[in-house]
Design a protein around this ligand. Structure first.
Ligand code: FES
Ligand code: MG
Length: 587
């Protein structure tokens, strides 16, 4: 552990056992202890609340502005029940909530800010362990990054997905069908009125996106990492078993504190390798690449883009969920959930069975008895949805530090493709230009979007899956190669190359691409090249002027310190674990 390097000079109880961290606040007879306890008692806490029992923080990202996490107050009550049953003291506290659908310019701009807030909130308070209540995409990595940098015993509890969407008898998925329907409207196959009616049919219960988007992916990643309980990923938000899981999480964190089981013992290299393979097996979001790199950075595991490419390549995608397949999270849970996927990976020799988890058991012990109830949803490994899943990492003059593509969501014929660039300088330029009937573009062109990376947007927005030009949609074109330094929603699909590093705004070659340039994409060869002569590139570079950077506020702090996509887009000074040392007294 990290030890409590506090200024109080006493780490031990009279019996010689290590003093609980919270007792540095709540123990003893000093004036300071009076202050810490007395004000807490205004909440109706009896004297024995402070007798040395484990104090469990419940870090809650509840917000009515984050609809995916709007049910978290009820969930927190269930966690508290479990903590109390196990003899702990639960104390709920808020963390900045990050909702994908309402936050501008993008929730990703604030992931590191929330992580910083969570880290400092945990360390500054009289806590012995924490439960992280997470749901909408960025809340999961943000809270885990912050908690990992403290390394107190930590258990992640996801809020669960929404029930399946239903529209006119058809199953529709969060996000995925927004992209589909919106292209159908622009291509003239769906009316505006039908489009509006689909809104309430898509989001019809509490919970986060029920496709295998980023939220479901990250809920699966924390389960595969072993930092969440088995079944965490797929139980629907409104299913009573989600509430039971919350009670069990509350009980378990108390035991974890007693056993001193910390993230540093769980988030090992083996755990990350398991998570990367699980991501390939479930057809998970490209956003997981960034988030796992960032989490690994917090715990000192040397993870790289090459690990993603290498480990994912040998894993078939067996989960048949949108956007790559046809089903949704509710179906995934009824089919057996992530335990089935982990068992199948282990039986194929694709899982490190000995990785320790929050249960105190290994990932294999947790999942070896998992039963599959629907092989159409979770395919056997010999009948996969896709023989080789995972994320391909491309390199070349256009992306010396790497770019990513999710082949399972792409059109096979476009994975080897040389095309003429049609360039959009930023997202506004794209929106103004894409439906212009005069735009010189055909299905073989490569749509290039600049200045949407970590520094560029700022915050690396989910705009990489640019909609196709209306005139091509009307002509029946369904996919084209798209290339950018942006991210894309985990619910999206298409032949979309993302996360180009270095990004345009940091002076990457992407900044110098012009209309008419030829670009070569070779996913099998892992290459991405701008076919323009060196002297011409040098001329363009000499004339390049960087776009204006943020001048003040959080955006400036972020801009000045953000790492590129290949390093997980964390802030440089937040990388690493700073431990749980008890800060000096406040009075
Ligand atoms: Fe919140 Fe998709 S918008 S999970
Ligand atoms: Mg998203």
């Amino acid at each position: 552990g990290n030890g409590n390097g506090n200024g109080n000079g006493n780490d031990n109880n009279p019996d010689g056992k290590k003093m609980r961290r919270s007792q540095h606040w709540f123990g003893g007879t000093s004036k300071d202890a009076f202050i810490h306890r007395s004000w807490m008692k205004n909440q109706g806490l009896p004297d024995d609340s402070f007798d040395g029992r484990p104090v469990i923080g419940i870090c809650n990202t509840w917000s009515e502005l984050t609809p995916c996490n709007a049910h978290f107050r009820q969930l927190a009550e269930k966690v508290k029940q479990g903590v109390l049953q196990a003899g702990g003291l639960p104390l709920e506290f808020p963390a900045m909530s990050l909702g994908e659908t309402n936050m501008r310019p993008t929730a990703m701009l604030f992931r590191n800010l929330a992580a910083m807030e969570v880290e400092e909130s945990i360390r500054a308070h009289p806590l012995d362990g924490v439960i992280l209540l997470v749901g909408c995409d960025k809340t999961t990595p943000a809270l885990l990054m912050g908690a990992a940098s403290v390394d107190l015993p930590t258990l992640v509890l996801s809020g669960g997905p929404m029930l399946n969407g239903r529209y006119r008898g058809e199953t529709i998925g969060s996000g995925t069908h927004v992209w589909k329907f919106s292209e159908a409207v622009r291509g003239g196959q769906m009316s505006q009125n039908e489009f509006m009616k689909a809104e309430s049919c898509m989001s019809r219960s509490a919970g986060h996106c029920m496709t295998m988007g980023t939220a479901s992916t990250m809920a699966s990643m924390v389960e595969a990492l072993g930092i969440a309980l088995p079944e965490n990923a797929a139980i629907p938000a409104v299913d009573s078993r989600r509430h039971a899981l919350a009670v069990m999480a509350g009980r378990r964190i108390v035991e974890m504190v007693d056993a001193d089981l910390r993230p540093s013992a769980i988030l090992t290299r083996a755990a990350f390798e398991n998570a990367i393979r699980a991501n390939a097996a479930i057809g998970g979001s490209t956003n997981a690449v960034l988030h796992l790199l960032a989490i690994a950075g917090r715990v000192g595991v040397d993870l790289s883009l090459d690990d993603w490419d290498r480990l994912g390549r040998e894993v078939p995608t067996i989960l048949n969920l949108m956007p790559s397949g046809e089903f949704l999270m509710e179906d995934f849970y009824y089919a057996g959930g992530l335990p089935v996927v982990l068992r199948r990976l282990a039986e194929a020799g694709l899982l490190q069975r000995d990785a320790l988890t929050v249960t105190g058991h290994t990932v294999w012990e947790n999942n070896r008895d998992a039963e599959c109830f629907n092989d159409a949803v979770i395919r056997p490994l010999d009948k996969p949805l896709l023989a080789s899943g995972g994320i391909a990492v491309l390199r070349g003059n256009l992306a010396p530090l790497g770019a990513v593509i999710k082949p399972s969501a792409a059109t096979p014929a476009l994975l080897q493709h040389t095309g003429r660039a049609v360039v959009f300088e930023d997202i506004e330029h794209y929106k103004a230009r894409v439906d212009d009937p005069a735009l010189d573009i055909d299905a073989d062109c490569i749509m290039v979007l600049k200045n949407c990376g970590p520094k560029g947007y700022p915050g690396m927005a989910e705009v990489g899956n640019m909609g196709l030009p209306a005139k091509l949609l009307a002509a029946g074109v369904t996919d084209m190669v798209r290339l950018s330094d942006a991210r894309m929603s985990g619910t999206a699909y298409g032949s979309v190359i993302l996360h180009v590093a270095p990004e345009a705004m940091a002076g990457g070659l992407l900044a110098l691409v012009r209309d008419g340039d030829m670009i070569e994409v070779d996913v099998a060869g892992r290459r991405l090249e701008l076919l323009v002569a060196e002297d011409e590139i040098a001329r363009r570079r000499a004339a390049w002027v960087a776009p204006v950077a943020p001048k003040s506020g959080y955006a400036k702090l972020y801009f000045d310190h953000v790492l590129q996509a290949d390093q997980g887009v964390d802030l440089d000074f937040l990388v690493g674990c700073r431990g749980d040392a008890v800060p000096r007294e406040s009075h």
